[in-house]
Design a protein around this ligand. Structure first.
Ligand SMILES: [Zn+2]
Length: 396
């Protein structure tokens, strides 16, 4: 790929807020005012924002006839000639070479240019993102095999979307790739209701796939220099958590393995890194008594507090088969549950429920926020960071 063809916008933002807050909290705890001074030179957190390529490497293609065009949209019944039950997929590309050699905490795909026509989510399911690899945009891309599921971008009509692509970007960079290429599609190609059900991404007009409709926001890892590591360690806070995989407990049993949950929790940890909070995890299998299986099956989750030797000095996250369709449930002060099937990323659901156990309420301000219910946001506000850090330090 010829790099200079790509339109790249790199914004380097100095955002020292996180550490300033961490250190303020630390000063309160230790009474050591020198901590704050050291922080002055340490505010190295930077974000890199990349925008989608636009133009010839992007577009949409239907399955039923060999056509393709400009415009980033997915769904069915695009026009009168559209084959019955068929649909359209969209493809977008980012040049991720500016991220080579950087160390990052997270990479998030977002768009604030989302439009909906008809009832795509009700009729055709969730809007999902898969990684693909191609040299040239063409109608054949419909049949291109995916290199992996990336994330769920939306589950309902909305004007903005966000999803985590950290793992995909990391793995591409490790392989020396410089392009992130994504297929956007609804779970079902189309139905036969004769109605047009579409999700469209555009700024000026629906047939223009211009750069900047999507952005890729990368939060870089704090670059520590000598002498500063100790300072940061002083400010890190730990939340001990026992993770219970409910096993051999009839219909309550989770299908997740310890290995899967361990990987999932690594991603949850990245979210809590924003607050300088370390999740200290112990994973155990948990067999429930018949009474507790029944309690779980009837939604009486509070009964889990009656488990023998229940340790109230730690939080307890239970992985169970299902929760009446909920992704997760928090039963403060110490218990949260996560279902096997989640409509958002499971690690995000886990981080969200932990947020509740650290005293946070829902927000409706933005879907990008961790505490926005039922979406894939991961951002903690400054106020939430301050609150949870104080909450942890108070020994709640
Ligand atoms: Zn919630």
């Amino acid at each position: 790929m010829v790099k200079q063809f790509f339109l790249i916008s790199v914004l380097l933002l100095s955002a020292g807020i996180l550490l300033a807050l961490s250190d303020a909290a630390s000063s309160i705890m230790t009474g050591d005012s020198s901590t704050v001074e050291q922080t002055e030179q340490e505010n190295q957190i930077k974000n890199i924002t990349l925008i989608n390529h636009g133009g010839s490497l992007e577009g949409h293609t239907p399955r039923g006839f060999a056509g393709s065009g400009t415009g980033l949209f997915v769904g069915d019944n695009l026009n009168a000639n559209f084959p019955e039950g068929d649909g359209v997929q969209a493809f977008i590309t980012f040049d991720i070479s500016p991220l080579e050699g950087t160390s990052f905490e997270s990479v998030v795909l977002t768009s604030d240019n989302v439009h909906t026509r008809g009832t795509p989510f009700q009729d055709l399911g969730n809007l999902i993102v898969e990684s693909v690899a191609y040299d040239r945009f063409s109608p054949r891309l419909w049949d291109q095999e995916t290199t992996g599921f990336v994330c769920t971008l939306a589950t309902e009509a909305t004007s903005s979307v966000v999803c985590d692509v950290t793992a995909t970007v990391s793995s591409l960079l490790e392989k020396g790739e410089s392009l992130l290429q994504l297929r956007l599609r609804l779970e079902q190609a189309g139905d036969s209701d004769g109605q047009s059900d579409m999700v469209l991404f555009y700024k000026r007009g629906s047939n223009i796939n211009e750069p900047g409709i999507f952005t890729l926001d990368t939060r870089l890892t704090q670059q520590n220099t000598e002498g500063q590591k100790q300072d940061q360690a002083n400010t890190a806070l730990t939340v001990p958590i026992v993770v219970h995989l409910v096993k051999d407990s009839a219909e309550a049993s989770t299908l997740r393995t310890q290995e899967e949950v361990g990987e999932l929790l690594k991603e949850s940890q990245k979210i809590w890194n924003q607050a300088g909070i370390t999740l200290e995890i112990e994973i155990d299998n948990q067999v429930l008594s018949e009474d507790l299986i029944n309690a779980t099956a009837t939604g009486d989750f509070r009964q889990l507090y009656t488990l023998p030797r229940f340790d109230t000095s730690r939080l307890h996250v239970f992985y169970v088969s299902d929760l009446f369709g909920s992704n997760g449930v928090a039963v403060p002060p110490h218990i949260a549950l996560i279902a096997d099937k989640t409509s958002v990323d499971d690690f995000r659901a886990t981080a969200h429920e932990i947020g509740h156990l650290l005293g946070l309420e829902h927000t409706t301000e933005s879907r990008e926020r961790l505490m926005f219910s039922g979406a894939n946001g991961r951002v903690l506000s400054d106020a939430e960071i301050t609150f949870t850090r104080e909450f942890v330090q108070m020994g709640n």
